[in-house]
Design a protein around this ligand. Structure first.
Ligand code: AMP
Ligand code: TRP
Length: 326
């Protein structure tokens, strides 16, 4: 069975963008692949986070993974920092990545622009991400479009390492969801909906009050044409709502368009709001049950054993190949 691996940083609060762009994919693919999904908590340290809040977010993210349907029968869920080997392999990769190629990472360039106080970790984090991926010989890595470049860097690192030291790592493929790869801000549909966003009105959080989410959909920015049609360039607001609707209902965008052929925007938004409200209500019910049942720690202890063993074998092999240790 081929392996799938992906992770999410426990910063901010997860949005329906994270669900549609990432979690939904993991969910659909877990039966086809041996799946590893983790909380990328070491990645969260590239910027300061309140330590207490960070811990809470890590636990909540595990709860969300389970609540959206990741099933421990198919998916190994774990917390990155609880497997020390990630940082070990990350270091070896830092030593096998060129400054120039790391400096080409768009996310780094954007975040460091006009900012003297970014951490060195922000610069090297794609190498830690390569370690997360290559450690488990992942075949596929489902990510949103903004992370594709980092997966490509991991491929380059793997190829380079294999050439230098002999076959060691699988070359992973990034998997980008076709529809809804990117969900946009409801108030500014040219901007990505982001969990680190301040614009509360433009962003729907997975754990927010479903009634407030409903209001946000109702007041989403549209256009003056009054035709429900998928046209991201000329109708970004309506197209975004169509993507949200079709993703949550699991239908194609064309089918969603057909449903609203004769609808005005008011009616359309109301239907989108219904679907979002229902989705959040169900998700939160499952989330609360999981968090109250106290199943999380047992589950993590078990999966830790599994991932540590895989990682230990890999890092030993790598250390042997590069020639460190006795
Ligand atoms: P982030 O929230 O940036 O840490 O991303 C976690 C995962 O969710 C990554 O795979 C992202 O590409 C994906 N993601 C985040 N925001 C969105 C969005 N607005 N639309 C689609 N995917 C997203
Ligand atoms: N960098 C990713 C993000 O910010 C999270 C991440 C860390 C990840 N390691 C990974 C995603 C490995 C996929 C595979 O969203």
């Amino acid at each position: 069975m081929k392996r799938l691996l992906s992770g999410i940083k426990p910063t901010g609060e997860l949005t329906i963008g994270n669900y549609i762009g990432a979690l939904k994919q993991f969910n659909e693919m877990q039966k086809e692949y041996e799946t590893f999904v983790f909380v990328a908590d070491l990645h969260a340290l590239t910027v300061y986070n309140d330590p207490k809040e960070l811990k809470e977010k890590i636990r909540n993210l595990i709860g969300i993974y389970l609540a959206v349907g990741l099933n421990p029968e198919y998916t190994t869920l774990f917390i990155q920092s609880e497997n020390m080997y990630h940082a070990n392999l990350g270091w070896v990769f830092e030593c096998n990545t060129y400054m120039g190629e790391a400096a080409r990472m768009t996310q780094y360039k954007e975040k460091s622009k006009n900012n003297e106080s970014v951490s060195v970790g922000l610069f090297t984090y794609p190498m830690l991400m390569a370690s997360d991926i290559l450690m488990y010989d992942a075949d596929v890595v489902p990510v949103g479009i903004d992370q594709k470049q980092h997966v490509e860097l991991a491929r380059n690192i793997a190829e380079r390492f294999n050439n230098k030291y002999g076959e060691t790592f699988k070359i992973p493929e990034p998997v980008i969801p076709k529809e809804g790869a990117k969900i946009y801000d409801l108030q500014d549909p040219t901007k990505k909906m982001s969990k680190s966003d301040d614009n509360e009105k433009g962003c729907i959080k997975l754990l927010e009050d479903p009634k407030s989410a409903r209001k946000k959909i109702m007041s989403a920015v549209t256009d003056s044409e009054a035709v429900v049609k998928y046209d991201p360039e000329n109708k970004p607001g309506i197209s975004n709502l169509l993507v949200i609707y079709s993703s949550l209902k699991d239908i194609s965008i064309e089918d969603a368009e057909k449903e609203f052929e004769n609808s005005g925007y008011g009616d359309f938004k109301k239907r989108v709001a219904d679907v979002v409200e229902e989705f959040l209500t169900n998700l939160q019910e499952r989330f609360n049950k999981i968090m109250n049942d106290g199943v999380v720690d047992n589950l993590l202890d078990k999966s830790n054993e599994k991932v540590r063993k895989i990682a230990e074998d890999k890092v030993k092999e790598v250390f042997e190949k590069v020639g460190v240790g006795r």
